[in-house]
Design a protein around this ligand. Structure first.
Ligand code: MRU
Length: 359
């Protein structure tokens, strides 16, 4: 099951509408890049790698929509589209990474014909999406090694949704879980509900139950109790951006889990494709943290539960300082401290792979 794909007949982008899951499995369809930006902002599609793929396909739509008569004018239209798409959500660096990659490919193409440049843009967007699935399988294989073999199954505490739905397919932290299961390891996943948007309760529970992977849904507030009472072997979550020193920004609540894991001697890993690593930022303080609307906190299931006019603060992500992480699992292997060095090496290997593809 892919989360997002290009419809070759209609020349549109299709994606699973994640706002409707698990009650309905519906597809949204877009023929306008601005509507894709809106879909990212309103979380029809969410999860850093999936947002990246959506950015690439948004650029492909922009190339189709453009009325440009020359490649130079098309590039100008693509730059405008990139700015609109990049502004949709600020924390996941995968979005700008992807739109930049597509734009670079368009610039390099040097085709005199506008239509051919548009084809290059679409091909690169397709490549980014296909590559995401392959990357997730690779990082899953690396990460499965850290899942301990425990007689009744390793208890994994997982936050938010990092599965097929957060990527193009397979997942990052949930990709590690899937790979461990494929290797025959016994696992059980404690699924954090993940307030306020309930990505754990709605999306992760749905994915794991479809796959028949043993899981139990918990209220976010139960995680500390489970760790202190010896019911968690490893904590896994994804990230929307990893700074050069290994600080990671992920769904709000991740920091609390990491601190609690260290207090209880439990290993804690962030699982990311190298596209989530932003070597341009020295540490987590430089990562932009998205703030979302009051209704996500003050309402539950569409019903307002807090008083009218209640002041709300709703940061969507937090930063986990690198000292709380045992390792950062990537498709290029597991990065261990000192992260400054290991992340740079992983990123260099990935960039070399991209250069070969572009050559
Ligand atoms: O606000 P969301 O649902 O887009 O947040 C998603 C997360 O925080 C994920 O953990 C992260 O993007 C990694 S997904 C592979």
């Amino acid at each position: 099951m892919r989360t997002i794909w290009w419809d070759v007949t209609a020349n549109t982008v299709k994606m699973i509408d994640q706002r409707r899951l698990p009650l309905a499995l519906e597809t949204a369809e877009y023929d306008d890049y601005r509507a894709v930006a809106e879909a990212i902002a309103t979380m029809v599609i969410r999860g850093a790698p999936a947002i990246g793929a959506a950015g690439g396909y948004g650029m492909a739509l922009a190339a189709r929509q453009s009325q440009a008569k020359t490649p130079r004018d098309l590039l100008a239209d693509l730059e405008t589209a990139k700015a609109v798409l990049d502004a949709a959500r600020p924390t996941a660096v995968n979005l700008t990474w992807s739109t930049e990659r597509v734009l670079r490919r368009a610039r390099q193409s040097n085709h005199p014909e506008v239509r051919k440049v548009a084809n290059v843009v679409l091909a690169e967007a397709e490549h980014i999406a296909d590559e995401d699935v392959e990357i997730n399988r690779r990082l899953g294989a690396h990460g499965a090694a850290i899942i301990p073999i425990v007689p009744d199954g390793a208890n994994i505490l997982h936050h938010c949704n990092t599965g097929s739905l957060a990527t193009v397919d397979y997942g990052t932290a949930l990709g590690v879980v899937r790979a461990a299961v494929e290797q025959g390891k016994q696992v059980h996943v404690w699924v954090d509900e993940t307030r306020p948007r309930l990505q754990g309760a709605r999306l992760t529970a749905w994915e794991l139950m479809r796959d028949g992977i043993p899981m139990t849904l918990i209220a976010d507030n139960a995680a500390g109790h489970l760790m202190r009472t010896g019911q968690v072997d490893v904590v896994l979550f994804g990230a929307d951006r990893v700074a050069a020193n290994g600080d990671v920004a992920n769904k709000i609540g991740s920091y609390k889990l990491a601190v609690c894991a260290q207090e209880n001697g439990i290993p804690c890993y962030s699982v990311v494709p190298t596209s989530t690593i932003d070597l341009g930022l020295p540490n987590g303080d430089a990562i932009p943290i998205e703030e979302r609307g009051w209704e996500e906190v003050a309402c539950f299931g569409g019903t307002q539960v807090a008083p009218d006019g209640v002041p709300v603060y709703n940061p969507a992500f937090d930063v986990t300082p690198h000292r709380y992480l045992t390792g950062i699992i990537t498709e290029e292997g597991i990065c261990y401290p000192p992260f400054g060095q290991s992340l740079r090496q992983a990123k260099e290997r990935a960039e070399e792979r991209i250069r070969k593809h572009e050559a």
